[in-house]
Design a binder for this molecule. Structure first.
Ligand code: SF4
Ligand code: SF3
Length: 535
């Protein structure tokens, strides 16, 4: 196997024997084969679109397939086998429907009859040498394909809430199809920038879906301690799954807790109205084996990031949607099995006070007090804003982000989003004239919200985003972060600090291009970086 798509890749170069994430070589091969099948399907879809044929179901299928290969989503070989066969069946159906004839190897590939032979096929279509032999061009193709995984994830979440846009599907398929061609440096850089723009659109669609369905988040205090009683823990990113679970558990004496990226859900009016939507449990994804083992109720995983469940809770955890782990019960949108498990389990035996955190500072809430914020900046009360955002992960170097936030001077405000916030989310940083110094904007996809806040502030100050007293200190782990980084670069945002380590798939030459054009830099130490930013 070879996989280098995430930040924890083995030795900082690539997982070759087994994934550090727990991905088995056969799953890696099947994921590669699925991408290949989707590239072939996309070649056909591009030709079909040229004849004004676009199939809504196929469009959604392509994104679901791509999303399934994102880190920590699906580890189940059986599910990939089905997706690969489905991709080929849809490809042939689309050829017939649009009367197109594409005879490339990817568009005519036939999956082997057995799982074993499919795995062997997958090994021929890896993301490494087979994709492109020139290392800088391969680097750019990997950036593009990994970025597409992030776009597909956000677009899929948005589609679940009824928000779709043909331009997103068109790009994902065009880029997948093109990734099989011989492309030059300029063309690949252009596609990566376009991927960033399309990701902005996907995040906008998702923002519209989330706020349009559940209202604009409002500042909300979320308890970190449990309530006495039966419990269900919901992890992942999917608001609709949570909403359905809240409805299905109403009046059943079960309290619902968020985990990881679901924390910001507490701020949405249509979710927080449920009296049994209690609080938040645990921290980021990489601590789940310990934290889930101690949770006395059922656990529902709605998207990434699932980790290998340990025996002690394997019978209590359920997956839904695109998430999968072999041997873990996969449920649809009827959560009766999850509810039955929660009722069977002891639940929390006593109430415990573990303090609270604030969430709900998405664009509407922050821009609602924009006058106050602008006055505080003009009056010198707020010196600088830091967006300390991105993924969490297991590496010790990620303490940088905790220390950085601790060391941010008292006249500066920290905006945060995504699961990296768990490095500092419960710090009491106080406020500046009533404006909290730590503002949780939301999930990773709420990078859209943070961008809107930055654009509005730039408008108010009559300057560009790069001229604002704002610095971005980002952490990455999986491919949604790649997509967000491409979005920020495509918006011309400069001087981003990135850590904890740079992606293995970026070659020195590609890094040079990024440094020259965007002044992107690796994090160093909190003291040095703060000094460089604030002087
Ligand atoms: Fe390795 Fe990350 Fe790929 Fe998992 S997703 S196999 S940890 S590079
Ligand atoms: Fe975290 Fe997986 Fe990236 Fe949504 S939950 S940010 S790592």
């Amino acid at each position: 196997m070879f996989c280098n798509q995430c930040e924890q890749t083995a030795k900082g170069t690539g997982c070759t024997k087994i994934g550090v994430c727990g991905k088995q070589p056969e799953v890696a091969a099947l994921q590669d084969l699925l991408i290949y099948a989707l590239q072939g399907l996309s070649q056909v879809a591009v030709q079909a679109r040229a004849k004004s044929v676009s199939d809504p179901e196929t469009n959604r299928f392509v994104n679901e397939g791509v999303f399934s290969t994102l880190t920590n989503v699906d580890f189940d070989p059986a599910r990939f086998q089905v997706l690969i066969r489905d991709a080929v069946a849809r490809r042939e159906a689309l050829k017939a429907r649009a009367s197109v004839n594409v005879d490339s190897p990817a568009a005519t590939f036939v999956p082997a009859a057995t799982l074993e032979d499919m795995i062997a096929q997958g090994e021929q279509h890896g993301i490494a040498e087979a994709l492109e032999s020139h290392e800088d061009l391969r680097s750019l193709k990997q950036i593009l394909i990994y970025g597409l995984k992030g776009v597909a994830a956000y677009a899929d979440h948005a589609a679940i809430l009824g928000r779709e846009d043909e331009s997103v599907y068109e790009f994902v398929q065009r880029a997948l199809a093109k990734s099989l061609d011989q492309l030059g440096l300029e063309e690949l850089i252009g596609l990566c920038m376009e991927c960033g723009q399309v990701n902005l659109k996907a995040m906008e669609l998702l923002d519209g879906g989330n706020t349009g369905t559940y209202g604009h988040p409002v500042p909300t205090e979320v308890p970190l301690g449990p309530k006495k009683g039966k419990a269900i823990l919901v992890s992942g990113h999917d608001l609709k799954d949570l909403a359905m679970l809240l409805e299905q558990t109403a009046g059943k004496g079960i309290n619902i807790y968020t985990h990881g990226e679901m924390l910001p859900c507490h701020g949405y009016p249509e979710l927080k109205k449920h009296a049994h939507f209690h609080g938040h449990y645990g921290t980021a994804w990489q601590n789940q084996q310990k934290e889930f083992a101690e949770f006395p109720g059922a656990i529902l995983m709605t998207t990434n990031c699932i980790q290998k469940p340990v025996e002690s809770y394997k019978g209590n955890i359920f997956t839904t949607g695109l998430v999968g782990w072999p041997g873990v019960a996969h449920v649809g949108k009827d959560f009766s099995q999850v509810i039955a498990k929660a009722l069977e389990m002891p639940g929390f035996t006593a109430e415990e006070d573990k303090g609270s955190v604030l969430t709900g500072f998405a664009r509407n809430a922050v821009l609602g007090v924009a006058d106050k914020v602008i006055a505080a900046v003009k009056g010198g009360d707020i010196r600088h804003f830091f967006l300390v955002a991105g993924c969490d992960g297991a590496k010790p170097g990620r303490n940088y982000y905790t220390e950085f936030v601790e060391k941010v001077p008292g006249d500066c405000v920290v905006l945060t989003l995504a699961c990296g916030k768990f490095r500092f989310f419960d710090k009491k940083l106080g406020d500046i004239g009533g404006i909290p110094r730590l503002l949780d904007v939301g999930q990773c996809n709420d990078a859209y919200s943070a961008i809107q806040i930055a654009v509005a502030l730039a408008g108010a100050f009559g300057c560009g985003v790069n001229d604002l007293p704002l610095s971005m200190v980002l952490s990455w782990y999986e491919q949604k972060a790649v997509a967000i980084l491409l979005t920020l670069l495509s918006l011309g945002i400069k001087g981003i600090r990135l850590g904890p380590s740079l992606p293995a798939f970026i070659t020195p030459n590609v890094l040079n291009v990024l440094v020259e054009n965007f002044d992107i830099k690796p994090i160093t130490t909190p003291d040095e970086d703060l000094k460089a930013i604030l002087g």
